[in-house]
Design a binder for this molecule. Structure first.
Ligand SMILES: O=P(O)(O)OC[C@H]1O[C@](O)(CO)[C@@H](O)[C@@H]1O
Length: 266
């Protein structure tokens, strides 16, 4: 896993957006895996800004989101369909039919199977953007999830329900079930970019990077993925034991890339 430590949440969003833009510039018909939650919001704002200044086009891109609540329709303000439309899709040139989210209504078993098929039919995900829950979840794969799991229904833990309670009004229906890509599904993405910021994520980040590969921390499964980049700010990196090494490796990587540029000169 490549660990990139940057100063703050703003720098983390900038770095992550640059990676996504590079992906789309290199492969305009990229299939992107997208995430929700508070963390990616600043990344999406950067993508919208880049699109508006003409730096990138998403006209050929397809997207697949990680997850959705069960029991909310696409118009519900807390649904991830609504979130993605509000924060990203309404502001970019992605054709509407190219954006996919798991369906939180109707037959969820059928929706899960259809979602897996749609990802396959699109040729698989080129770059998957992820956040991480305080309990180490990715998507809604809560602790205890099979590391080989596929898109399916998943019950939310009390910790996740509590974390997400702030988005629902008092007395409003808050879903306790979700439909989420599985960990096996996520691991099939060709590249993975996980973004984590703030002190509340430090423990989960340490477990993901330096703990054992274990269903107790679903994000630790990313240790098995050959092309994962983790972008963290200083606050989320405080629990990492080998932080000096990650910084050194980052410097070496930059030096090598600069050299490669030199060798590429005619
Ligand atoms: O970025 P936040 O709001 O801390 O959310 C943490 C995680 O919880 C989820 O929203 C649940 O799907 C993830 O997508 C996200 O990475």
């Amino acid at each position: 896993m490549q660990v990139v430590i940057v100063a703050d949440a703003e720098a983390a969003a900038r770095t992550s957006a640059a990676i996504l833009i590079e992906q789309v510039s290199n492969k305009p018909d990229s299939v992107l895996g997208l995430a929700t939650g508070s963390t990616p919001l600043a990344v999406y704002a950067q993508l919208v800004a880049a699109y508006r200044r003409g730096a990138v086009s998403f006209a050929k891109v397809s997207t697949f989101n990680l997850d959705e609540y069960l029991g909310l329709n696409a118009e519900h303000p807390q649904s991830y369909h609504y979130y993605m439309h509000e924060h990203l899709f309404a502001h970019l040139d992605i054709p509407a039919q190219n954006s996919h989210l798991p369906q939180g209504w109707g037959d969820p078993w059928q929706a899960a199977a259809d979602y897996e098929n749609a990802i396959q039919a699109a040729g698989g995900i080129d770059l998957q953007l992820l956040g991480i829950g305080r309990n180490g979840h990715i998507g809604f794969n809560e602790p205890g999830s099979s590391l080989a799991s596929r898109t399916r229904i998943k019950a939310l833990t009390p910790a996740t329900l509590e974390d997400n309670q702030r988005f629902f009004a008092a007395g409003e229906f808050q879903p306790t079930l979700s439909i989420t890509m599985g960990i096996g599904t996520i691991l099939e993405a060709r590249k993975i970019l996980l973004l984590a910021t703030g002190a509340a994520k430090a423990e989960a980040v340490a477990a993901m990077v330096e703990g054992p590969v274990s269903a107790a921390c679903p994000a630790s499964a990313l240790q098995l993925h050959p092309q994962t980049i983790l972008v963290v700010d200083e606050a989320a990196a405080v629990g990492l034991q080998y932080v000096d090494y990650y910084r050194q490796a980052q410097r070496e990587q930059e030096r090598l890339l600069a050299q490669r540029g030199q060798y590429a000169q005619p």
